[in-house]
Design a protein around this ligand. Structure first.
Ligand code: F0G
Length: 459
């Protein structure tokens, strides 16, 4: 290739205006929101990096497919198109649509997890953990030892700790472990990929002990691209072939189509075991809907069917992964501590390294996320002790292993100049890092408190 610039492999067909409220308006907005970025109106934000979930732009082919959605309650043609696309990508014969990833989790865990059960994962994401705990189970994180040092680059920092998994099996025995999960890419662990080799090792342990292995497949295509780039022997395979090898190593998956389904809503459960699928379908009908729509409109199923094919396109994946690395390079180049290497969907700033003056129980990552908003109207999200801190019996709190601010990049939505602007805002906040103070929680909910907690800045 004669040129080095990796371009957006699309042209813009329809635009939405964005604007920056002035500094006074930002102050008022964050105060009203209780210093919780989830409480902001999106019109109060100029570049929204809260999540890459459901926030991307769909293609003209997805919109065209939506016009042809079949809204039949039972047996919709759109369901069969969706099922065919999911089976083509994953190889799973049993495909259960759900309104998003957490509904798939709720149904799977309600079927498989009991009080006393333990579910290992490389790192559970918030909803996965909460849905296991809601069933009385224990969600344990077994990240690869390579993930422990944020600043040290390793090609597969998302890997599951296989020795750790063996140790959990030895300690508890397989009976208390109804399933093992692997999250690819590992979102809470920095959007880092899992290698095929690691997945194969996890699969071998699970097979030996007769325990099913499920993939949290939200970002399976991004993971496949990293494998193609980094895993020996995978360079000449297509992302679709690699993705298929990932699914071939597991018994089923939970999926949020809001990520690598390139859709604004939707998800699914995929699996091989027809008996387990029948149990899941009966729970599906209880709260989500009939098995051929599962809480989605027919047009949503069309958008996902098309999105699953587009997401495995090499030009798309090359651009996608490079555009995230572009932001990481700018931030890292300015000496700001981030998880290295760059994740697939997001850049994670290490707030405890940037703000060492703020103790963990004063939520340094929350304080940093608030400052990014105040500085330039950029919204990221805290992934630290607000999200994962564990309240103890004595009223204290066990901090999360890391204090991160995640800047998640919506798919096909922002241009390179938007990202240049974000980097400028991050650098401006970092330049005054020493003066940033911590926060205190003044109100919180029992489950997933980070969505609604209210804070007060400490003086
Ligand atoms: N698993 C992972 C790894 C996720 O990142 C998410 C969502 C889910 C499951 C749940 O899917 O939102 O469709 O119910 N993550 C979003 C995020 C919300 O911002 O990372 P969902």
């Amino acid at each position: 290739m004669p040129y080095r610039t990796i371009i957006e492999p699309f042209r813009i067909h329809s635009v939405q205006a964005i604007n920056l409220p002035d500094s006074e308006a930002r102050q008022a907005a964050i105060r009203r929101a209780g210093y919780n970025l989830f409480g902001l109106h999106s019109d109060e934000v100029i570049i929204d990096l809260l999540t890459d979930s459901g926030t991307g732009a769909m293609s003209s082919r997805q919109w065209a497919g939506m016009l042809d959605g079949d809204e039949a309650y039972a047996g919709s043609r759109s369901y069969y198109r969706f099922q065919e696309a999911v089976t083509e990508v994953t190889g799973f014969a049993e495909v259960i649509p759900t309104h998003q990833g957490r509904a798939a989790e709720r149904i799977l865990f309600e079927t498989m997890v009991q009080p006393g059960s333990v579910v290992p994962n490389n790192t559970h994401f918030d909803t996965t953990r909460a849905n296991i705990e809601h069933q009385g189970g224990e969600a344990i994180d077994l990240p690869s030892p390579d993930a422990k040092s944020p600043a040290v680059a390793h090609p597969f920092k998302g890997n599951l700790d296989i020795a750790g998994l063996e140790a959990v099996f030895t300690k508890l025995g397989p009976d208390r472990i109804p399933l093992v999960m692997v999250t690819a890419t590992n979102n809470a662990g920095g959007g880092q990929p899992v290698s095929l080799e690691n997945l194969a090792a996890a699969s071998a342990v699970c097979k030996r002990l007769g325990v099913p292995l499920f993939l949290d497949a939200c970002r399976f295509a991004e993971n496949a691209w990293f494998i193609k780039q980094r895993e020996p022997g995978q360079q000449d395979r297509t992302p679709a072939e690699i993705a298929r090898s990932m699914f071939d190593l597991v018994d089923g998956c939970t999926m949020s189509a809001k990520k690598d389904g390139l859709a604004n809503i939707g998800g699914f459960l995929g699996m091989r075991d027809p008996e387990l699928a029948a149990e899941c379908r009966s729970l599906l009908i209880l709260t989500e809907g009939f098995p051929t729509y599962g809480g989605l409109a027919g047009y949503d199923l069309e958008a996902i069917a098309q999105g699953l094919r587009e997401v495995l396109d090499e030009d798309y994946l090359r651009y996608r992964i490079r555009s995230t690395a572009y932001l990481a390079d700018k931030v890292d180049g300015a000496g700001i501590p981030i998880i290295k290497p760059a994740g697939g969907h997001a850049v994670y700033i290490d707030a405890s390294a940037l703000l060492p003056q703020i103790p963990r129980n004063q939520y340094p990552a929350q304080a940093l996320a608030v400052e990014l908003y105040l500085e330039g109207g950029v919204r990221g999200v805290e992934i630290g002790s607000v999200m994962f801190g564990k309240p103890q019996a004595d009223g204290s709190e066990l901090p999360a292993p890391t204090e991160l601010v995640r800047l998640a990049i919506p798919r096909r939505t922002y241009t390179q100049s938007h990202i240049d602007y974000v980097a400028e805002v991050v650098l401006a906040v970092a330049a005054r890092a020493k003066a940033i103070k911590g926060m205190r929680i003044i109100e919180q909910a029992r489950w997933l408190r980070h969505f609604t907690a209210r804070f007060e800045p400490l003086a």
